[in-house]
Ligand binder design. Sequence first.
Ligand code: UD1
Length: 416
Amino acid sequence: MKHIVIQGGRRLEGTLTVQGAKNSVLPILAATILHPGRTVLRGCPHLSDVEASISILRHLGCKADWEGEELAVDASTLDRWDVPDHLMREMRSSVVFLGAILARMGWAEMSHPGGCELGPRPIDMHLSALRQLGAQLREESGCLRCTARHMTGREIVLSMPSVGATENAMLAACGAEGETVLVNAAREPEIADLQDFLCGMGCKVRGAGSSTICIQGGQPTHDVTHAIMPDRIVAATYLAAAAAAGGEVELRRVSHGHLSTVTAALHAAGCQISGGEGQVVLRSEGRLRSIGTVRTAPYPGFPTDAQAVLMAALLRAQGATVFVENIFENRYRHVDELCRMGADISVAGRVAVVTGVPALCGAQVRCTDLRGGAALLVAGLMAQGETRIGDIFHIQRGYEDPVRDLRALGAEIWME
Ligand code: UD1
C-alpha cells in the first residue's frame, strides 16, 4: 500500500503549470460518444477517474488511446449501451454516460454510480430530466434500464443547479428532436467547457455559464480537437499549500476569474495575490489570520471542493474561522484526521469552527475522500515533523502527481 510522506516546515517557491480539469474532462469523455468519429483531447490529465472513463468507453466498443498528453477517442465502433456495475462504482460521474448513451443508442443500462462518500448523492434530478425528454426508465434490482426511442426537446427546470444533472440533460438533449431549454442550470466553468466541446463537434448549444442553456438536438458532424480547461480546484489546492507553508508560488495555465472566491479568501487571510493572463502569483509569510465565515455555494460562490484545502490552510491562523457547507451533507470527514495533527476544529452538522493553533505536528493520517486527502497534503506541508498519508488512491482520482508538483516547489515529500 503506497503512502505519501511529508517532512513539513519548508517554504514553497517556484512555478507550476496546472493540469487539465478532472470535472471538465469526465463529462467530455462521456460526450465523445455522441459523435461516431474521432475526438482528440489536449491536456488530458492522467488520473484514475480518467482511466475509469477510458474503461467505460472501451467496454462500449470505442477506441481510446493515449498519445502523450493527448487522449484520442474513436466512437465510430461503439456497439453497446450498458455500463457494468464495477465500472459504475468507480466514480460518481459515470452517471453522465447515461444521457450520452441514450442520445446515441436510444437505450442504456447501468447501476447507480459510486464516488466520494459525502453524504447521500441522489440522481433524481438526472432521471427526471431524462424522463421529461421522453426517456422511459425502470429500476430493477439496483439496475437502471432506460429506453428512449424518440426524445423531444422541451423546457426543463432543475430544482437546484446540479452540475451532473445539467451535464446529463445537455448530453441527452443533443439526441432529442428540437430545442431543449435548461432553466436553473449549473453555471460552473466546466459546463462552459463541455458546451465548447459540443459546439466543436457541430452541436448547437448556447448559454452555458449562465443559468439558462439552450440545446438544439441533432447528431454531431465533426471530428474535433479540444484543449481541456485548467483545473481550478488543483490550482486552489496549491495556492492553499503555499499560503499555509509560506513562500512565493506562481501558477501558470489558470483562469484567475474562476478562482476569485478562493483568492479573495486567501487575500483576506493575509496573502498577497496578483494575477495576469493565465497566471496567479501568491506570496505568504505562512502566518495567516482567520477570515470570519466561509459558505460553500454553487458557482460563482465558494466551491465546496475547495472547502477542505482552505480549512487546512487556516489551521494555524490567528483567531477562528467558521465554515458552512451548503452543498453536501457529510463533507467534514477529513476533520478527524486534521485533529490527529493537532488541529482545533469542532463540527456541528453543516458548520465547522476552526480555531487556529500555534503549531501542527506530523502524524499518521488517512485520506477519507479526494479533497479531504488534498487537505492532508496542505496540513502536512506546514506541520512540524513527518506526516504519513495513507489511502492515497483518493488523491489520485483528481491529482495527476502531487508529489512531483510539490517537490518542484521545494517541498520535502515522497512516495513510499
Ligand atoms: C460535481 C463535481 C463535484 C462537486 C459538485 C458540486 C464533477 C465530476 N463533480 O458533482 O466535484 O463537488 O459538482 O460543485 O463534476 N443532488 C440531488 N439530486 C440529484 C443531483 C444532485 O439532490 O439528482 C444534490 C447532491 O446530493 C448535492 C447537490 O445536489 O447535495 C449538488 O450536487 P451536484 O452539483 O449534482 O454535484 P455532482 O455533479 O455530483
